[in-house]
Design a protein. Structure first.
Length: 163
């Protein structure tokens, strides 16, 4: 299942800081799976609220619809996204950055975890991602371009065919 959507059809635009007017930032943590995306929001500031927003279908159209709702409720706040790298690829990253949003992809091994958080829970993972992104404790990984990713896929496919 892919996340193919033409960027021309999107009506998303990132809100930027206007000259002289600081806008609030909302840190958005995503826990992405093939069929669903869990979303958590963290308000700016040390005492800012961290809350679970909800779960949407695992396609870009559903995610973009939700982003528009968050933007409307956020009164023009700047949205910054973070999600854990995984088997779903980088289409969400490319879509978000292509629409002017700040987005980081984080290696699972680079996410700080508490020893008591051994049980995987999608909601908890999204909340943790939003909170850690707000605190600056996430390390982004390099996101390959479409051509690079296709070349790697072709390479591994050829290895599997000729093995």
């Amino acid at each position: 299942m892919g996340y193919a959507v033409e960027n021309n059809s999107l009506r998303l635009r990132a809100t930027t800081k206007e000259a002289g007017h600081e806008k609030d930032t909302i840190f958005v943590g995503l826990d992405i799976h093939k069929d669903s995306i869990d979303i958590a929001l963290a308000n700016e500031g040390r005492d800012g609220d961290v809350r679970f927003y909800g779960t949407v279908d695992g396609d870009l159209d559903s995610l973009h619809k939700t982003i528009r709702k968050i933007q409307g409720a956020g009164c023009g706040a700047v949205l910054q996204f973070a999600y854990e790298a995984g088997p779903c690829g980088y289409e969400i990253y490319r879509s978000l950055t292509g629409n002017g949003f700040d987005c980081v992809v984080v290696a699972p091994s680079k996410i700080p975890r508490k020893s008591r958080d051994r049980i995987k829970n999608d909601r908890r993972d999204a909340l943790n991602m939003a909170s850690l992104h707000r605190s600056g404790k996430l390390t982004a990984v390099y996101v390959p371009g479409v051509e690079d990713e296709a070349m790697v896929t072709d390479y591994f496919t050829s290895i599997m065919i000729f093995s």
